[in-house]
Design a protein around this ligand. Sequence first.
Ligand code: FAD
Length: 502
Amino acid sequence: MTRAVDVVVIGSGVAGLSTALGLAATRDVLLLSAGDGSTPWAQGGVSAAYGEDDPLDHWRDTDIAGAEFCDPRNVRALVEEGPQRVAELIAHGARFDRNADGSLSRTLEGGHSRPRIVHAGGDATGAEVHRALRIALQRTGVRTMSGRTVGLVQSDSGSIVGVLVQTDGHVTQIDARAVVLATGGIGNAYLASTNPSAVRGDGIALALRAGASLVDMEFVQFHPTALHTGETSGQLPLVTEAVRGEGAVLLDAHGNRIMDGLHPRADLAPRDVVARAIEATMRRDGTDHVWLDATGVAPDVIRRRFPTVLASCARIDVDMVSEQIPVAPAEHFLCGGVRTDRNGATDVPGLYAVGEVAATGVHGANRLASNSLLEGLVFGRRVATALTLDLPAVDHGRTHEVSPGEDREPERIRSILTRYAGIRRDGASLNAAADELDALGNGPLATVARSVIVAATARQDSRGCHWRSDHPHSDKRWDDHIVVHLDAEDRPTTRHLQRSEV
Ligand SMILES: Cc1cc2nc3c(=O)[nH]c(=O)nc-3n(C[C@H](O)[C@H](O)[C@H](O)COP(=O)(O)OP(=O)(O)OC[C@H]3O[C@@H](n4cnc5c(N)ncnc54)[C@H](O)[C@@H]3O)c2cc1C
């Protein structure tokens, strides 16, 4: 059975919902989803510089956290358009936490020079953003469909003209003049991640297979403080950075402050710095976690601001009001992704990408806290505006299907990526990873894993969340971006791209 719409949006997180909402009045849109992604799990908040805060300061904090590897024009779009998008979200009914005088409550997180993070339900911001966008979209009558997109339909001249969706064992083709990937990050390509299981990098594999290129895939962000539950696979609960924003501190096994003297912002240093410090501490002490001490934070602040974290801790019998919390870094966010322009267009006509799956350069080498929901809101609207102004022409040519197929040994792929492409990497282990992946086919997880490995192998310096112990310093000679594309045998391979070309 074949159906036809103007635009198919794949993914119902903040980016997909924002895109579909922005298109609802002008285009026939279908929103596809394989279940909830990361959005409803987001805790800390959305960053927005308004009032006495200056978007330029937000720009600077973003670039510093991103190891000065950000795309300056796109960061400018993010910080300047962000407050308006947050205001619209409020107009759609999102209820952010407010102070007694009615003003928005704003908190501080790592890497921010001032409190500019708005939040909802204490630490349940993503759920509220998701709820408000879903209800706003329902009101527009945009159609939605559950199912996993397993392939794209491509005209022989190269344009993407449809998708293949699997529901209950059946595959349906839906024709479209534009397809927007809003499929989130790659969490489930690792053994353990803060992301839910629907987030597995399908969009990355689909885009590559269609001939699009990826960029900055070596920059995989590890959140410093996932709750150490004892589980080593699946989705791990997060302890939001905002807990440190309210005064909690990281301690080693002997009770010493970990971040003392390591960075001027100490426990509120950018994520990559804190994650590396924790990794080094665990290696030195031979432990699999460190401690986050929030006992100095007033109990009423903890109960009001962090009900989600409080409940997660209670499930492992830790009372965060009076006891230290066991934490360890875990895979959290993909800073790179499908290479796009500022309006979500990829290298392939008819194919767009937005949100965590896309690489617009706003995160540079390391994402600033609470900039990701904002990215979905801002760039979702930009893609919608672009597709309202210009929809690709109908391509009546012959078509073929592109699909990464299925993975033969997904758990083996996950463990290879986890072992060799964690916080700390080196050339020898990356080569070993490439060898081990060689035998594991070209399925979606294998494609994602190889893309990270080849990019991390190619970048022979350390910056942001890419830390090579054999090349421990940032080196100007590596100021290029690493682009990943498929070779003639459908294997990810790399080339360098000068920063001015991005
Ligand atoms: C625990 C946690 C806390 C976080 N806290 C914050 C925070 O406080 N502030 C912040 O800014 N960011 C935070 N983040 C990051 C942020 O939540 C995500 O980066 C952001 O929500 C990604 O949005 P998205 O729309 O791009 O993708 P997602 O919300 O991940 O949605 C992806 C969608 O794509 C769909 N999908 C994937 N593959 C397919 C397929 N093959 N077919 C059909 N559908 C598919 C999924 O079903 C899902 O609907 C947090 C993330 C986590 C995991």
